[in-house]
Design a protein around this ligand. Structure first.
Ligand code: FAD
Length: 416
């Protein structure tokens, strides 16, 4: 089958890999000159299979006013003249209840555990370096109440494939001595030894190169913007691009936050809105001062991952529209937080700041599978804060859908 994949981020490329392995002829199209230059470029680097509880959690509504009033808070909201933003926010608030959050967590764990197994298989024989490390992850909790909530989540997930341990402050420090500077701010932490880390841009660029080098049936057409999906005689048959029309037997929409506008003329209202985040990539100056484990500061909502000789710091979730401009205030907050946590890890001269747009759905569940009422069109979208983590499993789901096989996990809740 000729499959056209729109988007060469981590979602589109892993889909290309899964489809090529099944013998399809695959063309991947992206507006950027290189693969992985959208949200996949400098994300948190965490392959965080056990931390999939959605942002729309039961305690969130109560915390939102405090976060918005705090200039260093993890959340920003700037109203836009876009009904999509309001619709998304209303659906997000509606999802902030215990039963929706628990159902979402259970469903996401099925997808993340599938992704973990596929990533382990891939990493063991990866034909390129992407700073992959089975680093394990420590999520720090600021006080006894947060620690109690975290323990409850560990219990919920224990039967769902997550092996996690609650640690005291002293045990956290013994496991990760680089935490010494923030020891006073933590009550304890949850350790998940099975979590991985990796550089998502290196993964995308390496995958794009190795796929096209090893398989003549895969074509990457970069620097090509998609302007319209083609629907004729009752099915989707390709796309109009700045390089002309590309016809296909199946089209996969993996455009991240770019998908919504293209899907609308086909009658598809995709509940995806950008959650803007920031990152820094700091060359490590003193090895022992940078964490070896991936670390999440759950109070500040900042994540840290060691990627080779660099420390990746990422955070913020700003509902402010589609701009990726670096806002000075947000960056200086992230720099201050990172510097307070690991002051000697870097010399703080080279920061490599970046901002990207997480393609987020209100519930946190991605949209996977066949598009309704549009035969020939398939969706792989909306992985939000977990696009790198969920990429392998999402791609396997798409490959099964396109082949007409039963999916590897139940798709209830994932379909549009
Ligand atoms: C600050 C931050 C930290 C994060 N941390 C993590 C983390 O630690 N772990 C994790 O798992 N996830 C993390 N994420 C989320 C993850 O990065 C995303 O979910 C993931 O990159 C989404 O991949 P994607 O391929 O769907 O989208 P993208 O990578 O954005 O790819 C979509 C592609 O579509 C292209 N495109 C869009 N519109 C068009 C068009 N009209 N024509 C042609 N091309 C088009 C874009 O150029 C882009 O290359 C983080 C995100 C951010 C912003």
């Amino acid at each position: 089958m000729r499959v056209l994949i729109l988007g060469a981020g981590v979602t589109g490329l892993t889909t290309a890999q899964a489809l090529a392995a099944e013998g399809h002829a695959v063309t991947v199209v992206d507006a950027e000159p290189r693969a992985g230059h959208g949200a996949s470029f400098a994300n948190g680097g965490q392959l965080s299979y056990s931390y999939v509880a959605p942002f729309a959690g039961p305690g969130v509504i109560g915390k939102v006013p405090g976060w918005l009033l705090d200039p260093d808070g993890p959340l920003r909201f700037r109203p836009q003249p876009d009904p999509g933003q309001w619709k998304w926010l209303i659906a997000f608030l509606a999802a902030c209840n215990p039963s929706t959050a628990e159902t979402t967590t259970r469903r996401l764990l099925l997808l993340s555990m599938l992704s973990r197994d596929l990533m382990a298989e891939f990493a063991a024989r990866a034909p390129f370096d992407f700073a992959f490390a089975p680093a394990g992850k420590l999520v720090l909790q600021p006080d006894a109440a947060a620690m109690a909530g975290a323990r409850r989540q560990v219990e919920l997930q224990a039967g769902l494939g997550s092996a996690q341990q609650a640690l005291s402050r002293e045990e956290c420090l013994a496991l990760e001595p680089a935490l010494a500077h923030i020891a006073r701010r933590i009550a304890g932490g949850i350790h998940t030894p099975g979590e991985d880390a990796g550089d998502c841009r290196m993964f995308c660029e390496g995958l794009a190169q190795s796929l096209t080098r090893s398989n003549a049936a895969i074509t990457l057409q970069m620097g090509t913007r998609v302007t319209q999906l083609i629907r004729a005689e009752g099915r989707v048959r390709g796309a109009v691009t700045t390089a002309g029309v590309i016809e296909a037997d199946a089209v996969v929409l993996a455009l991240g936050t770019g998908a919504r506008a293209l899907a609308r003329p086909l009658g598809l209202d995709l509940p995806i809105y950008p959650l803007k985040g920031y990152s820094l990539t700091l060359p490590i100056a003193r090895d022992e001062a940078a964490p070896r484990l991936s670390v999440t500061d759950s109070a500040a909502k900042v994540v840290y991952a060691r990627l080779g000789q660099s420390l990746r710091v990422a955070g913020m979730a700003d509902v402010v529209g589609y701009s990726t401009a670096l806002e000075e205030k947000r960056l200086s907050t992230l720099i201050r937080q990172a510097r307070a946590a690991f002051p000697e890890a870097s010399d703080w001269q080279e920061l490599n700041p970046w901002a990207g747009l997480r393609p987020a759905t209100p519930t946190g569940l991605p949209i996977l599978g066949r598009a309704p009422e549009n035969p020939g069109l398939f969706l792989n979208l909306g992985q939000g804060s977990l696009g790198f983590t969920l990429a392998m499993g999402s791609a396997a789901v798409l490959a099964a859908e396109i082949a007409g096989r039963p999916p590897p996990i139940p798709l209830e809740g994932f379909r549009l």
